[in-house]
Design a protein around this ligand. Structure first.
Ligand code: ZN
Length: 198
């Protein structure tokens, strides 16, 4: 018996999710169709809606529904400091510490040559332009303390220093291999306060 083509398409489509192989894609498809049709409809709607409405903030690169995100539109922040993080979740973690009053830049990833992710994939040009607005004085690199995060920080430090910018790296109160998302607020706040010049 031949599998209906719409079912095949759904299984193939689910495989765009990271870590989802053919078997789990098939399980997800059956679950959505058989056990949770309202959930499946909500998922389809939310995905289409997000794709239609979200764009990258022109200044910090995070997701927003306007040209500028809420944070970049806030004039009370300290425009002399720019904190570079990997993902929007890291920005939120940093905000929860209440220790940082500057602006952010979100790379939307990290350098990962093995996965074919190079400088152009994580918006280095946009970051360079942002950091050279004439107002930013210090760039604080807050990428994760993973191998890729460290390599990204190292690469960025060279690039930004060559433009005459002061560059620092959050301190290593964080565990090796640690991802910002999983660190408690006080440890992260301390790492920010104890950042070192690069
Ligand atoms: Zn923004």
């Amino acid at each position: 018996m031949k599998t209906p083509s719409s079912l095949n398409h759904l299984v193939d489509a689910l495989r765009v999710l990271p870590g989802v192989g053919p078997k789990s894609a098939q399980r997800m498809a059956y679950h959505l169709l058989q056990r949770d049709q309202p959930g499946a409809a909500a998922l389809a709607h939310a995905l289409a809606d997000a794709l239609a409405r979200l764009q990258h903030c022109q200044r910090c690169n995070t997701f927003t529904e306007q040209d500028l995100c809420e944070l970049c539109s806030d004039p009370s922040r300290d425009a002399h400091q720019l904190c570079v993080v990997e993902m929007p979740a890291d920005l939120l973690r940093m905000e929860q510490t209440l220790a940082f009053k500057g602006y952010y830049f979100v790379l939307m990833g990290r350098l990962s040559p093995l996965d074919g992710i190079g400088p152009s994939d994580i918006h280095f040009d946009k970051l360079l332009a942002r950091a050279q607005d004439g107002i930013v004085e210090e760039v604080i690199l807050s990428t994760n303390f993973t191998v890729e995060g460290e390599a990204t920080a190292h690469y960025l430090a060279e690039l930004l220093r060559a433009q005459g910018l002061k560059v620092s790296r959050i301190a290593r109160g964080l565990p090796s291999g640690g991802e910002l998302e999983h660190v408690d607020s006080s440890t992260l706040a301390q790492a920010l306060i104890e950042r070192r010049s690069l």
